[in-house]
Design a protein around this ligand. Structure first.
Ligand code: NAD
Length: 553
């Protein structure tokens, strides 16, 4: 049963359809994930990131909704790869929903096996926040992207991207954050996407300034903005490989080069060069093996162009889509000549448990986010980066679906922010409960050797005990819903990660849950990095009194 005729939107206001706010929060955020203003392909239940889905089928979606509505305040719903499978009596402080998506026994953890099982209707790809119901549109990734480009600007260009050209591709759900993040730092972003609809959507949602009619006009616009030192983002409908070939032919200098096509999924997420969207769709359906072969060959050419840009002095970084591995699989030996963005730019933040912290106003009222923004600035008066970010976000980011905000804060800060939000709900300054969650791209909740845990100091890149411990600790700490996924970001076989949400409902129990979850969750990030031998994490653990046997006690 498909519901494409009636678009799904999250309910607003203070009326409950469920028996408690924890269930209602999960329901509203599931609905929000499939809101046509939020999801990339809601008719097929696809939220973002290739085929990251919110529920396995429409029947499953309706059954999840019905179950959440009848779920008691001492019960827990289990969701197995997008299908509701059981309701168990637990207790009031336990999570209301536990989710496991796309998990496979390691030897079976391949795209081939996953697709076989998916075709049998037995599993679903949950990406990260798609199957764990906490996607908030492209804003969700903007700050992470902004933090990364800000770190590069700081290290290489005197703290600003003014006058600099960033060249990239892939303007989808996550990749669409790149143009906005670059222009927020006063840089110029040239971004290619094969799909004109995707670029148009980013313009509508104010993530991209304009789509140029062709590459020549795009380059004219870019030069003008660079000369003026103004932030500007320019989309061009082109295959990335073709764009790089043309840029190299014209001798265009780029300062930063990256990519966010959905290369982690060579069958669905990447269009081979020389192929129209229609031809790609046809071949994908008729001959998937041939398609994958062509996509990998194209990625090898794509990565080779990026490496040549690095050879000419550009800062080149893999933006977490695993394109290097696919290029290497096709025989391009220099694929790993450029680093992933985490070891290169983000790991120091992870060492202090700093990572994405997002909150969504279940009232649906943007004023509630304005109130929390103001309170965040007051709570952290000395955090200049946070102040700059929130100011920019308020001016430049359009809400999609449920009004939400994201910022990156760390261990010792997140629980204070959560308690502050809980107080605002209790006092009525915020008109309904607020859900607080995060991406799985985070310091303590992911094992992903091509991305978050690439090149760990102690070589522990592929150890996946850490995200399992993180998920179990969040369950024990009273999260509202917790999810454990396989394959997000970089594809099946390459990552294990977990997500956790808590609801600030203004009650004393809410305060306890918020305090425990938002202390312990980032605490696992500090723990993971301290045990890997990072001095910054060890220092942070000591400074904050985190109890890490063998390290601080
Ligand atoms: P998406 O599926 O929404 O968008 C991918 C886009 O790439 C589409 O618009 C598609 O038309 C375009 N595209 C595909 N092949 C192309 C080509 N050859 N040339 C030009 N454009 C092409 O995916 P998304 O949610 O934007 O995620 C993109 C990638 O980034 C994924 O691999 C995802 O796992 C990864 N990701 C990274 C981070 C991060 O923080 N670094 C976070 C989330 C996701």
């Amino acid at each position: 049963m498909s519901d494409t005729s009636t678009p799904i939107r999250a309910a607003k206001g203070t009326d409950l359809r469920c028996k408690g706010w924890l269930q209602e929060a999960a329901l509203r955020m599931l609905e929000n994930n499939l809101d046509p203003d939020v999801a990339e392909d809601p008719a097929n239940l696809v939220v973002y990131g290739g085929t990251g889905k919110a529920a396995r089928t429409w029947d499953d979606y309706h059954r999840i909704v019905a179950t959440l509505k009848r779920l008691e305040n001492d019960e827990t719903l289990l969701v197995q790869s997008g299908r509701p499978t059981g309701v168990f009596r637990t207790h009031a402080m336990a999570p209301r929903v536990l989710i496991a998506n796309a998990n496979l026994v390691p030897e079976w953890g391949t795209w081939e096996e996953f697709r076989r099982l998916e075709a049998l209707g037995l599993t679903m790809y949950g990406q990260m926040t798609a199957g764990s119901w906490i996607y908030i549109g492209t804003q969700g990734i903007v700050q992470g992207t902004y933090e990364t480009f800000a770190a590069i600007a700081e290290a290489r260009f005197g703290g600003t991207l003014a006058g600099r050209l960033v060249v990239t591709a892939g303007c989808g759900g996550m990749g669409g954050a790149q143009p906005l993040a670059v222009s927020m730092l006063d840089g110029v972003c040239l971004i290619a996407d094969v799909d004109p609809w995707r670029l148009g959507r980013r313009v509508e949602t104010r993530y991209l300034d304009l789509v140029a009619p062709d590459l020549d006009s795009a380059l004219r616009e870019a030069k003008e903005a660079q000369d003026a030192g103004e932030g500007r983002s320019i989309g061009v409908v082109m295959n990335a490989v073709d764009m790089f070939a043309e840029l190299e032919r014209r001798g265009i200098h780029a300062d930063i080069v990256t990519d966010q096509t959905a290369a982690h999924d060579p069958l669905v997420g990447y269009v081979p060069d020389g192929m129209s969207l229609e031809a790609a769709a046809e071949l994908r359906g008729n001959d998937p093996s041939r398609y994958i072969e062509l996509a990998r060959a194209s990625m090898a050419r794509h990565v080779a162009a990026m490496v040549r840009y690095q050879d000419r002095g550009a800062v080149v970084v893999d933006y977490g889509n695993n394109i290097r591995t696919e290029a290497r699989a096709h025989g391009y030996e220099r694929a790993f000549d450029f680093p992933g963005f985490v070891p290169a730019w983000v790991r120091p933040l992870f060492c202090t448990g700093t990572g994405p912290f997002r909150w969504a106003a279940l009232s649906g009222n943007p004023d509630d986010i304005a109130a929390t923004d103001a309170a965040m600035l007051k709570l952290f008066p000395d955090n200049a980066k946070l102040h700059r970010w929130i100011g920019q976000a308020q001016r430049r980011i359009a809400f999609q679906g449920v009004p939400a905000r994201i910022c990156w804060i760390g261990y010792g800060e997140r629980h204070r922010a959560g308690l502050m939000i809980n107080d605002l709900v209790r006092s009525g300054e915020v008109t309904a409960p607020v859900v607080i969650g995060r991406d799985h791209l985070d310091s303590g909740s992911v094992a992903s050797p091509y991305r978050e845990t690439e090149s760990m100091k102690d070589g522990s890149d592929a150890i996946a005990d850490w995200p399992l411990l993180n998920a179990m600790l969040n369950v024990a700490s009273g999260a509202a819903w917790v999810a454990l996924h396989h394959g997000g970001g970089v594809g099946i076989g390459r990552s294990i990660h977990s997500g956790s949400q808590v609801v600030a409902d203004g009650t004393a129990d809410g305060a306890l849950r918020v305090e425990r979850c938002l202390t312990n969750d980032p605490g696992t990030g500090v723990m993971r990095h301290a045990h890997a031998g990072y001095e910054a994490a060890i220092d942070h653990a000591r400074a904050t009194g985190l109890d890490l046997p063998g390290i601080t006690t």
